[in-house]
Design a binder for this molecule. Structure first.
Ligand code: ZN
Ligand code: ZN
Length: 416
């Protein structure tokens, strides 16, 4: 009797059970294509509905409401909010607040959907269904909350979804409804969620020095109307254009350009030349500082080893390694955080390996003195911009321990 009471107390329905049921039911509803069949017309309706509503999310929810990258009249603003909301991605304010939070805390513990710190599945749709992410971070959206119509459409987000579904049914019948509403909504969900799960995972390329894991991926851009140029976007989120160069296809931007020609959108913000070159204010200074730190470390190690007989080979090896870093300091900033840390770890490993060559030529005390100096200098580089700017965001277990902590092991077996 008692154990049953304990068991029944331990069980409770998840607070967002309705979300899970709706999510699963909508997927299952796609199976109704078995009964309604398929036709070219149905596939065309599905594709058109996908691109139309993806445009509402990408050009509206993301580029307009989240980043204010162009202007709309107030009626057009409402229409855009309506169109984006037909995709059943919850309320506008919730969506924008979650997205702004992602930019504020990209790939750190506070990021709502980082595939680096959580699983790819969680970043894809787990976060969307997570009860902990259910509340709207209202402090992120004061600029939108002052429009009563935007608050209304956020609170009653099921109304645009229902109106859209009924309109599709009225226009295209049951087969058109299944393909143009049920199936295309699922495709929109997974298209937009693929940005959370795959735009920060390996593959594609990075052009710009951001402190996160964002990447540019052409295929993702094709299915998300240009959003796959995600490293561009994290580098300069204010731009209405995410494909920064003509060969980076950006369908949402072409749509916005067309709207601007007919006066329905205005003031499309573009990336200025220094942004295209990857030279945000302060970047050159950070690169110079890193170059100077590397040169200082090289000079101090050189002077120390010059004064320590029997260390010529070690000095040459360390200088060669540091010269490689000095030759490409910008590249280190473009690497994702764990690759930057790995590069530094390799440098440390190489220094230790080189020093171990001296086991037989230096006395134990002398070797300890050399290693202590090298450890201090290599550790010093971690305070330089490309490392210092990412270390704070790393979980403590991922931060490299000071090199000086490893020295005792290395001196074991030295000549005494
Ligand atoms: Zn991102
Ligand atoms: Zn964004």
């Amino acid at each position: 009797m008692k154990s049953r009471a304990v068991r029944s107390k331990a069980f409770s329905w998840p607070p967002n059970l309705a979300d899970y049921v709706l999510y699963a039911a909508w997927h299952l509803a796609c199976l109704s294509v078995i009964w309604v069949g398929v036709s070219w017309k149905a596939v065309a309706i599905c594709a058109a509905s996908y691109f139309l509503r993806m445009f509402g999310l990408i050009a509206g929810h993301h580029r307009y409401f989240s980043h204010r990258s162009y202007t709309l009249s107030r009626p057009m603003q409402f229409l855009m909010a309506f169109l984006g909301t037909t995709s059943a991605q919850r309320g506008l304010l919730w969506w924008v607040a979650s997205h702004r939070y992602h930019h504020l805390h990209s790939d750190t513990d506070d990021d709502v959907h980082s595939p680096v710190l959580r699983s790819v599945l969680y970043a894809h749709s787990g976060w969307f269904l997570d009860p902990l992410q259910r509340a709207t971070k209202v402090d992120q959206v004061p600029d939108l909350a002052k429009y009563p119509e935007l608050v209304w459409i956020s609170d009653w987000s099921w109304i645009p979804v229902t109106v859209y579904g009924l309109a599709i049914f009225a226009l295209f019948g049951l087969q058109g409804f299944v393909w143009g509403f049920v199936v295309s909504t699922i495709l929109v969900w997974h298209g937009i969620h693929a940005l959370s799960s795959f735009a920060h995972t390996p593959g594609g390329f990075r052009r710009y020095p951001t402190a996160d894991y964002s990447r540019n991926k052409w295929f993702l851009s094709l299915v998300t109307l240009g959003e796959g140029w995600h490293n561009n976007h994290h580098y300069y989120p204010a731009s209405a254009r995410h494909g920064f160069f003509w060969w980076e296809i950006d369908l949402a931007f072409y749509g916005l350009k067309a709207l601007s020609w007919v006066g329905m959108a205005g003031d499309l913000k573009m990336p200025p030349p220094h942004v295209l070159r990857g030279e945000m204010p302060g970047f050159q200074r950070r690169v110079k500082r890193y170059e100077r730190d590397l040169a200082d470390v090289r000079r101090r190690i050189g002077a120390f080893l010059d004064a320590t007989p029997g260390t010529d080979a070690l000095k040459q090896r360390i200088e060669e390694r540091l010269d490689a870093f000095i030759a490409a300091p910008r590249a280190v900033f473009i690497q994702v955080p764990d690759v930057r840390i790995r590069a530094h770890r390799e440098l440390r490993r190489e220094v230790l390996a080189a020093a171990s060559l001296l086991l037989r030529t230096l006395g134990k005390q002398e070797l300890a003195r050399v290693l202590k100096m090298l450890g201090r200098e290599i550790d010093q580089l971690m305070k330089s911009p490309p490392f210092a700017e990412i270390l704070g965001a790393l979980p403590p277990t991922d931060r490299p321990a000071p090199l000086t902590a490893n020295l005792v092991l290395t001196t074991e077996g030295a000549r005494t």
